[in-house]
Design a protein around this ligand. Structure first.
Ligand code: NAD
Length: 363
């Protein structure tokens, strides 16, 4: 086999959309050995861990993986397995291209944005102090003593950290991405006017690195203004680079501009490991119904094929997905003008229609 790739089906709708994705990727004729391992809530029930060694070893060996969404149960004693994987493999860059495809309902057309989100720090560092704990009271006293600032005694505290090194990595990644993909502009997003030592630092690094890339235009925007600008005039933007939390929120906003989570792909990139996944979650209420739209994971596979240097297979797949959606006949309920349209097809049939188009294009 030419490529060995880790495949993590995930929870909820994960297994059905990954099955659909495998079908269309294989239709391109590419030589892939899928190394199937699983992580997540369902694995936790059987094995007592959400992230088994088999997953870690497989990704370390193959260096490239694609995954379905994983459920993060609320109130159970583990944090998101997605966050854990990003940290463990230092998948520091989350790239979410948001591009309009004809045939997908949206208030907007012609959107072509790339959101580059820092994946390892910020408010996702996991430094949390629970309300009422002794350590939390100690922290509150420490802040009172050192900064003469009052924090209410009934507070919970989450700490935001932004480092020069991680900011340099993600911002450089964004400019290199822009250069490699013939993009014109990178916008750095922050709230430096309020958080001077964290977002202020991010902005300072952004300006320094931007000055090294004469060929790429650069600008910065405050996050609240950025939200309004994206809703009012998204055509003014190109590549955006953001700290973790703003990146998370703007990724969903941008997914909304192109027609929703069902069609938004993503990739998590480290220095030598990459993990591809849809932006959406495990939509547990649709589990096992052969109903949901597998486009986001299929487009994530397009990104993966490009990453492993298989441009031709990537183009073949992307064109077939785009054509099937444009024609609008064999599409899932969410892509029909009326969500109750009885002619909507299931996840499997959607994949069959795309696989058929790929086969035709290859003959
Ligand atoms: P979700 O994305 O699973 O679902 C939100 C809604 O979006 C669904 O009710 C559904 O209407 C729609 N939707 C999502 N994917 C769709 C698809 N492929 N086709 C058609 N419609 C689709 O978000 P949620 O309900 O907030 O989260 C459910 C679980 O997923 C949670 O446990 C959450 O932690 C997890 N999650 C995982 C990831 C990941 O693995 N990367 C990302 C986000 C959320």
């Amino acid at each position: 086999m030419k490529h060995s790739i880790t495949l993590i089906p995930g929870d909820g709708i994960g297994p059905e959309i990954t099955r659909a994705m495998v079908k269309v990727v294989e239709a391109t004729g590419i030589d892939i050995k899928w190394d199937i391992v699983n992580a997540g809530a369902e694995v936790y029930e059987k094995e007592g861990t959400v992230l088994p060694e088999s997953v870690i070893n497989s990704l370390k060996k193959n260096r490239v993986g694609i995954k379905g969404p994983i459920t993060t149960p609320v109130g159970v004693g583990f944090r998101s397995v997605n966050v854990a994987m990003r940290k463990l493999f230092n998948l520091y860059a989350c790239v979410r291209p948001c591009k309009s495809y004809l045939g997908i309902k949206s208030r907007y057309s012609g959107i072509d944005l790339v959101i580059i989100r820092e994946n390892t720090e910020d408010l996702y560092s996991g430094i949390e102090f629970e309300k009422g704990k002794v350590e939390t009271e100690e922290l509150i006293s420490f802040i009172k003593e050192k900064k003469d600032l009052e924090i209410r005694s009934d507070s919970g505290i989450s700490i935001k950290t932004i480092s020069v090194s991680a900011s340099e990595d993600i911002i450089r990644f964004a400019f290199e991405y822009a250069r490699k993909n013939n993009r014109k502009k990178v916008t750095g997003v922050h709230k430096a006017n309020i958080m001077k030592y964290s977002d202020g630092l991010f902005l300072e690094v952004f300006k320094k690195i931007a000055s090294e890339y004469d060929d790429i235009e650069s600008e910065d925007r405050i996050i609240d203004n950025m939200c309004m600008q994206l809703v009012q005039k998204p055509e003014l933007y190109d590549v955006m680079v953001l700290p973790n939390l703003y990146g998370d929120i703007i990724s969903d906003l941008a997914a909304g501009l192109i027609g929703g989570l069902g069609v938004a792909p993503g990739e998590n990139i480290g220095k030598d490991i990459a993990l591809f996944e849809p932006t959406h979650g495990s939509a547990p209420k649709y589990k096992g119904q052969n109903k949901v739209n597998p486009t986001a994971i299929m487009l994530s596979a397009v990104l993966m094929l490009k990453y492993i240097g298989e441009e031709e297979h990537a183009d073949l797949l992307e064109n077939a997905i785009a054509e099937n959606i444009r024609e609008g006949k064999y599409v899932t309920y969410d892509l029909k003008p009326d969500r109750n349209d009885p002619t909507a097809v299931g996840t499997d049939e959607f994949a069959d229609a795309i696989a058929e188009k790929i086969k035709k294009a290859r003959t």
